[in-house]
Ligand binder design. Sequence first.
Ligand code: PLP
Length: 396
Amino acid sequence: MDPSFALETLLTHADLDPEELGIAPPIHQSVNYSAASMEEFDALNDQPRPERYYRRYGNPTQARLERVMAAIEGAESALATASGMGATTTTLLTLLSAGDHVVAQESMYGGTLSLLRDTLPRFDIAATLIDQSDTAAFEKAITARTKLIMIETPSNPLLRLTDIDAVAALARAHSILTFADNTVATPVNQRPLEQGVDLVMHSVTKAVSGHADVQAGVVCGRDELIERIWQAHIQVGSVISPFDAWLALRGLRTMSLRVERQNQCAQAVAEYLALHPAVRVVNYPGLADHPQHDLAKRQMRGYGSLLSFELRGGQKAAERLIPFLRIPVRSPSLGGTRSTLVRPAAMWSNELTAQQLAEAGVPGGLIRFAVGLEHERDLIADLDRGLATLAPAIGR
Ligand SMILES: *Cc1c(COP(=O)(O)O)cnc(C)c1O
């Protein structure tokens, strides 16, 4: 595959086998494969990442998903896993040992935060969490033991940005690896590997598969790093099912169409909310008054499907608004066909305590809105009706 092809072309062609006549790929469901001879069996067993040996080691359908993901992220290789958390946990277990230190962000996905704060310290791996919008804070947090900087930009649910160029350069100067969660941005809008980051992960569950019917993850990077992560992966066992790999591949073909549409829709919804008198603040990197809008313009090609906002009436008003809305469903996840809307403080109460949520800067009244593929006209009309019930005195 010609790596100079545009992302759209890579999405539909990067995994194709010229010998294959079927236009849609097959699903390889078999767990184990046979070898024609003893010699062939030994060779299979010795091969790094065999596709036809035993499913935990690899699978032909999984390998096709990995080829497309590596191509669109500009990586040498990729490893698909059973979930985004599977990709993150396996990667951190590979790269870190007792005594090591990680620099990460206060504002990150809840599961990543609880892994860094609660689980890794049991293995004597410490993390310092900093405000990602303060680039100097990354440098200040580095110690002689720092092995990894983990970033997520824009972050979920606050849509704060990390200066990818600056953090990648800083890490390189200190011989520290960088690992980026690119789920919220998507490879359509942002490609951190091109900016010098070492590893990128996605929750494939979200915009990559795009239809809320797959749970999967992927990590992309240099061959040597992905092979090391694979060695841990066959122990962790966060193995993607071939059917989920196939569904993810099917969803992936249309990712650029979906994401570009969602970029437009989220921009329109954010602009509408920003002008509404009942709304206190809107977090969306595509808004000119987002505190890091200039950075967003520099490192993103589009601003994504995710936004969050707070009402002037705080958590009470949020709890009144959400049940009133007819289109967005009260549901976790993002990047699917249907809009979802949640209070992150309620959604993450299993993973983070009230105090940890406050430290992560997630106010009780924050509403996260992940636009789906509905038309913005209908989403805005729905919000308009809901918001009107909150502030009947404010005429619009
Ligand atoms: C959902 C999500 C994850 C975790 O992915 P799973 O597939 O649910 O394990 C990680 N990071 C971000 C930003 C997410 O939105």
